[in-house]
Design a protein around this ligand. Sequence first.
Ligand SMILES: Nc1ncnc2c1ncn2[C@@H]1O[C@H](COP(=O)(O)OP(=O)(O)OP(=O)(O)O)[C@@H](O)[C@H]1O
Length: 350
Amino acid sequence: MSTSTRPVIKCESVYKIFGDNAAKILEKSGGKVETAALLDAGCVIGVNNASFEVHKGEILVVMGLSGSGKSTLLRCISRLIDTTAGAIFIDGEDLLAMNDRELIDIRRNKMGMVFQNFALLPHKTVLENIALPLQVKGMSTRDSMDRAIDMVSLVELTGRENDFPRQLSGGQQQRVGIARSLAVEPDIWFLDEPFSALDPLIRREMQDEFLRLQSVLGKTILFVTHDFDEALRLADRIAIMKDGVIEQIDTPANIVFSPATEYVARFTREVPRERVLSCQTIMGKYDASAEMSNITVSADAIIETVAEPVLTEPKPVAVTDAEGRILGVLDSRIMIDALFSETQSVAVTN
Ligand SMILES: Nc1ncnc2c1ncn2[C@@H]1O[C@H](COP(=O)(O)OP(=O)(O)OP(=O)(O)O)[C@@H](O)[C@H]1O
């Protein structure tokens, strides 16, 4: 993830107010949002003063309980609904200033969406469902079908091309939804509770599938969920929402170890540290003269994913960066200290 470049998504004081009187009240106040007056007038505040950026290749998970404003925020940024106040920039372009044609163009070519209910057309086959957005863009039937076949393979559904949605399991239907949204090669990927309708085992499988796809595709992602565990598994950063307000936006480790508010802390109390700490945050010093294990682990791997091999390995395991350079070591003592020590002594930097 790069944070030095221009953000792909930038929100500045974004508000979404629902209610017949909202426009009138805003007009009276000269566009200034006075939440108390709006609430008194019976308006509902969907998103309340959201400001943040999402960078290229980053997964930002928007997490909150039902009614906290997650979907409304996502819909403002994808312009499925109009924003009441504030500014949204996509690759530096003012989204709210775009005309209908520009909007259709950006939504068709730059943005992909996946919804909880899969939103597949029941009378079309898997291939036809995936090819449809390409045909809407003007691609020939033949080319769109060829591309749809590639997409089916990407989401590992080869052999089911001619099935109808009703012949597929929920997880398979969502794979089709994912393939369809990726077919147009969007830069920005919006996923609104994509796995919430799936049972827990399939859900976990789809989360792994999502991470696998992202490791290949490197999209810029806004992922909405009400499940804190899902947020921890998937996010580069998590935005926690309550009553339309983003209470905290930070890495999973910082959310868990430095919750900004009491509300955020309520989600984090029970989270085991191996779920959020990376190898880099607990590793020991590398001694070039020591005999090392043949296995290595990546510096940004979460401890949970490497605990077993490290704990069963008699020799120290090298922790390496993306170029394979050794940054430090892990061994069973370091691992046990990190997992079971009572005090939190590690520096949270990832
Ligand atoms: N079209 C609408 N008209 C009026 N109020 C709305 C509308 N859409 C959303 N709201 C309100 O805005 C607030 C945020 O809703 P939103 O759907 O964004 O929440 P959410 O966090 O996505 O919830 P869920 O997880 O249940 O989908 C809620 O109070 C909701 O009732």
